[in-house]
Ligand binder design. Structure first.
Ligand SMILES: [Zn+2]
Ligand SMILES: [Zn+2]
Length: 119
């Protein structure tokens, strides 16, 4: 059965469907490691949807880059990615260069249609 909403607690079937959509490169589309260009400090799990630029906690510089991060259990972060992508209020400001898997792209598009039809 196709997914028509983002479940808070996915059923085993929904989970299996989402696992099939995980990016094969294993790079998280929701977060990344941020590296400060000024002092080299790194922070893990910075949100790629953050509306503000990331700032270094050590030297306060805004100049830095998002590096890929991978998780031992990537499913929760990927569900988060899909729901934030569907939400018009969220935009992906610090994206990974690698593409989003086609199945996930289609799911996001169809969920957006459902959301728009309801509003
Ligand atoms: Zn992540
Ligand atoms: Zn710094």
């Amino acid at each position: 059965m196709p997914i028509t909403r983002i479940p808070n607690t996915p059923s085993p079937e929904e989970l299996a469907e989402i696992v099939r959509m995980l990016p094969p490169d294993g790079v998280c589309r929701t977060c990344g490691r941020w590296r400060c260009a000024s002092c080299g400090a790194q922070r893990s799990i910075r949100n790629r949807f953050s509306p503000r630029p990331h700032q270094c906690a050590s030297c306060k510089s805004l100049d830095g880059e998002m590096l890929p991060s991978r998780h031992r259990d990537p499913v929760d972060h990927f569900i988060g990615f899909i729901s934030m992508s569907v939400d018009d209020e969220c935009s992906l400001r610090h994206p990974v260069a690698a593409p989003i898997p086609e199945a996930a792209r289609q799911l996001i598009d169809s969920l957006r249609e459902v959301t728009n039809a309801l509003s």
